[in-house]
Design a binder for this molecule. Structure first.
Ligand code: AP5
Length: 217
């Protein structure tokens, strides 16, 4: 099974992708995580991407599409994948269609997480992750069981993303509405689009997604 999670910054794509990964044996492919790894490694792509990401703008389609194509070739993607953060523009969606057709693969579901933009700044600016294992937390919505200690690995160092400042979040939301929202009618025309309420409690969102993936409803 191959699917796309669509939604603006902070909609919960990463949170839900991790849960579906475990439940359905799929692999999460997050272009944002891939780009952050490139920035950290200081690669040529990372150097190009860093400033663009910090402005809340999108990386050029050619760069990101080549990166995604290489990732989909990796053996773990053969068991099925959840695209988190890709595609983000119509040219990326068209390139994905060609790429999948060339591999004899199909896109089973495109699921939009519908959220209230006004609440996204709070969600995003409260987010932090364990520096050791990457487990995600939130100042209000998901705190570690013991303050300052990661539930998963016991790590005590946490990081916040450079693009999670309130002013950058505004630019990211604007980019979503201008460049990514046109993908909703694109996938509706392919009869693949389903929507869930991304403002619901995290477990309720997971249940809605699981229902779509198991029954198609
Ligand atoms: P990317 O990393 O993809 O970021 P994003 O799309 O802006 O999405 P986020 O990771 O911010 O949010 P999310 O929806 O995953 O929410 P999360 O689960 O973390 O992209 C970053 C940048 O990379 C882009 O701006 C661009 O520059 C570049 N880029 C990436 N892909 C690209 C592409 N294809 N083309 C061009 N450029 C690209 O949840 C957020 C917080 O809310 C968490 O703290 C979580 O705990 C909490 N939360 C989640 N769900 C709920 C809930 N139901 N209730 C309460 N809290 C919740």
């Amino acid at each position: 099974m191959n699917l796309i999670l669509l939604g603006p910054p902070g909609a919960g794509k990463g949170t839900q992708a991790k849960r579906l990964e475990e439940r359905f044996g799929l692999v999460q492919i997050s272009t944002g995580d891939m780009l952050r790894a490139e920035v950290k490694s200081g690669s040529a792509i990372g150097l190009e991407a860093k400033a663009i990401m910090e402005r809340g703008e999108l990386i050029p389609d050619s760069v990101i599409t080549a990166m995604l194509a290489a990732r989909v070739e990796q053996p773990d993607a053969a068991r099925g994948f959840i695209l988190d953060g890709f595609p983000r523009t119509t040219p990326q969606a068209e390139a994905l269609d060609v790429m999948l057709a060339g591999k004899g693969l199909v896109l089973d579901h495109v699921i939009e997480l519908q959220v209230d933009d006004a609440k996204m700044v709070e969600r995003i600016s409260g987010r932090y992750t364990c520096a050791k294992c990457g487990e995600g937390y939130h100042d209000t919505f998901k705190q570690p069981k013991t303050a300052g200690v990661c539930d998963v690995c016991g790590g005590t160092e946490f990081t916040r993303r450079a693009d999670d400042k309130a002013e950058t979040v505004g630019a990211r939301l604007a980019a979503y509405h201008r460049q990514t929202a046109p993908l909703l009618p694109y996938y509706e025309a392919q009869n693949k689009l389903r929507s869930v309420d991304g403002m619901a409690e995290m477990s309720a969102v997971t249940s809605d997604l699981e229902r779509i993936l198991t029954s198609g409803a």
